[in-house]
Design a protein around this ligand. Structure first.
Ligand code: NAP
Length: 306
């Protein structure tokens, strides 16, 4: 039985790996379906302390991973499909078929992009509808795209997309942005970006192969209009990845894992950190910080385990 399994390899998981590896607990980190987590899909991170010039998201994760490996952490590409309590600890069933047992678990499964959930979105997924500007932006060189959302992600994605697209339109369901002032200003001052307020997407329009536009509804007047574009970038927040913990760990109504202030879940020996339990901050630095806290608590738990 392993001392510790860290489920998820984003910045929270990698930080927990650094701490538990340095404590000589030889942690095993199971990557999950999005190896490296959300930072792998971002560009420059400007608010992680210690990087006055900013740091690329993937570089930050890779370096943290290397740091953990240096102290004896082992990373495994696999996905946990089931989680159960067993005598003396917990068992995970992985997609590869392997079963692994552990005395403690740190759940850092993160959150994944939210989709609109309309049928036409499903039809045009990967054909112009995407949730990742850094992955797909280059396909829209000299094209016209829209970004849906009013948070930091929407501002960041829209600004990034102006490298490729001719015109970027941010469509937001209200007339006030949720994004931080600095990110708002960046987008508002970009001559390639314009805004459409108080509007939601009713339908994604296409020619059967690719996106050709959207049907927009003004939420104040209920007026529906068509807007031509070649790409639809969704930046409407995230949903926590907690499917395997359903009915096993306590969650809130949105599916975020519940923890106390020391990152303990309701089951002794299971800790959670990062976006899977963060309903408020959702920053790289807070994810890393909570990963550290969970690791230190897991270490303490193991010291008392015998
Ligand atoms: P977010 O802050 O939750 O914003 C989601 C946006 O999508 C909101 O404006 C919301 O509208 C809108 N929305 C949600 N569901 C929708 C729907 N079904 N249809 C249309 N619009 C919908 O998510 P986020 O922008 O991904 O940011 C998440 C966290 O990461 C935040 O804490 C943010 O600060 C952080 N972040 C930081 C950076 C950075 O600092 N560099 C970059 C990216 C993200 P309402 O406003 O009306 O609710």
């Amino acid at each position: 039985m392993k001392n510790i399994i860290i489920l998820g390899s984003g910045i929270a998981g990698c930080t927990a790996a650094v701490y538990t590896a340095r404590a000589d607990l030889r942690p095993l980190i199971i990557s999950g379906p999005e190896d490296g987590g959300q930072l792998m899909l971002t560009t420059k991170v400007e608010n992680f302390p210690g990087f006055p010039e900013g740091v690329q998201g993937p570089e930050l994760v890779e370096k943290c991973k290397k740091q953990a490996e240096q102290f004896g952490a082992r990373f495994k590409i696999d996905i946990a499909m089931d989680f159960n309590k067993i005598g003396g600890g917990f068992e995970l069933t992985l997609m590869s078929g392997e079963k692994v047992q552990t005395k403690t678990l740190i759940a850092v499964t993160g959150a994944s992009a939210r989709w609109l959930g309309i049928p036409s979105e499903e039809k045009y997924k990967g054909r112009g509808v995407t949730t990742c500007a850094t992955c797909d932006g280059a396909f829209f060189k000299d094209k016209e795209v829209i970004v849906i959302g009013g948070g930091d992600s929407a501002m960041e994605e829209a600004t990034f997309l102006t490298r490729f697209a001719n015109k970027v339109t941010i469509i937001h369901r209200r007339d006030t942005l949720r994004a931080s002032k600095i990110m708002q200003e960046k987008a508002k001052n970009n001559p390639k970006i314009r805004f459409i307020w108080n509007s939601v997407i009713e339908e994604i329009l296409g020619d059967g192969k690719f996106v050709r536009g959207v049907k927009l509804k003004d939420v104040n007047t209920n007026k529906v209009s068509e807007f031509k574009c070649d790409g639809v970038f969704l930046a409407i927040g995230h949903v926590p990845n907690t499917k395997i913990f359903k009915d096993k760990l306590e969650m809130n109504e949105q599916g975020y894992l519940k923890t106390d202030k020391f990152m303990h879940t309701n089951i002794p020996g299971v800790f959670a950190a990062g976006d899977v339990q963060d309903i408020r901050f959702k920053q790289a630095i807070t994810a890393a910080g909570s990963g550290c806290m969970a690791a230190m608590e897991a270490e303490k738990y193991l010291a008392e385990y015998e």
